[in-house]
Write a protein that binds this ligand. Structure first.
Ligand code: CP
Length: 328
């Protein structure tokens, strides 16, 4: 157990924290989940303030950070980039310097391609308090930590030999970030799992992230493979995680990406596809999902779906991160 995380940023813990540090966070998350279940007070951050800076919409992330901070005895302050002077030129350095003097932590969602992660790191460099990444263009750490917690609840702490299929699925709504699949392949390969990344050729991830996942799998004695056949990805999998993402590595043009996506409208998770996976396989999705486009109602509302447990565990892993990094 690693107990000295006070003041640490969590911008990409799936890449930058040790396995020991991640396991500590998960241990604390389970303890906090138990405490909440039995009504045991756990106001570890009394009088502390977390700034929540959003450049992009959110349901789960905002609600779980605000609830979590209240349950820890502190306050979460919502800051909308559009309705503050950020929209008129406050810089990342100014935000880090100034908001860092008002608060005990700054959480940021900035998903703009080729910019979001850099922005969060610039705020962190200027801030005297820890910075938490609520999703950027490259990483979505708290989603994936919640996913790991959920997977371990279903399959046990030792995940060696379990197969997860991280797959592209078609969606019509918008060109989504690469952050969820990238953080997934980075973290799951550190736990000795057999990790499959399945996507059409135009929907690849960042090459250095894929290379790191391959290296993680080598070091953890798991495996990592890339497939381009949607059905093949489901075969024999224990965990299926098909979700949409944009073809950012091929084009940043909205119309072109929409045209490319339309080639793959049959990449929808339905009961026939689920039947290709292991009989006790679970269906995961970070949400929001494009219902009956990415996944049928029958699957997402069916017995194999664990999407609500995933969403709940956002609360517990984020409370753990806040308690560990923002304590006095
Ligand atoms: N999964 C997730 O991050 O949800 P929100 O976009 O609603 O925060």
């Amino acid at each position: 157990m690693q107990t000295d995380l006070r003041g640490r940023d969590s911008i990409a813990p799936e890449l930058e924290w040790t396995r020991d540090e991640i396991d500590t966070l998960l241990d604390v998350a389970w303890d906090l989940k138990r405490k909440r279940a039995v009504g045991e007070p756990h106001a570890y951050l009394r009088d502390k303030v977390l700034g929540l800076l959003f450049f992009f919409t959110s349901t789960r992330t905002r609600a779980s950070f605000e609830s979590g901070m209240a349950q820890l005895g502190g306050h979460a302050m919502f800051i909308d980039s559009e309705t503050t002077q950020i929209s008129h030129g406050d810089t990342a350095k100014e935000i880090g310097e100034i908001i860092g003097r008002y608060t005990d932590g700054i959480a940021i969602r900035q998903c703009d391609w080729n910019f979001g992660n850099q922005y969060i790191r610039e705020v962190a460099a200027a801030s005297r308090v820890p910075v938490l990444n609520m999703q950027c263009d490259i990483f979505h750490p708290f989603q994936i930590l919640a996913d790991m917690m959920t997977i371990q609840e279903k399959f046990g702490r030792d995940l060696r030999g379990k197969t997860i299929n991280v797959s592209y699925a078609y969606a019509s709504s918008y060109q989504k970030p690469l952050s969820v699949p990238q953080s997934l392949i980075l973290l799951m390969t550190r736990y000795g799992m057999n990790v499959r990344l399945t996507h059409p050729p135009e929907f690849g991830l960042m090459p250095d992230i894929v290379e790191q996942a391959r290296e993680n799998a080598r070091q953890s004695r798991g495996s990592f493979e890339v497939l381009h056949d949607f059905d093949e990805g489901f075969k024999g999998a224990d965990i299926v995680y098909p979700k949409s993402w944009g073809c950012w590595m091929t084009t940043e043009d909205k119309d072109e990406s929409s045209k490319l996506g339309k080639k793959y409208t049959d990449w929808i998770t339905d009961s026939r596809r689920m039947a290709l996976a292991n009989p006790d396989a679970v269906y995961m999705h970070c949400l929001p999902a494009d219902r009956n486009i990415e996944v049928t109602d029958e699957v997402i509302d069916g017995p194999q779906s664990i999407v609500y447990d995933e969403a709940e565990n956002r609360l517990h892993v984020q409370k753990a991160a806040m308690a560990l990094t923002m304590r006095s």
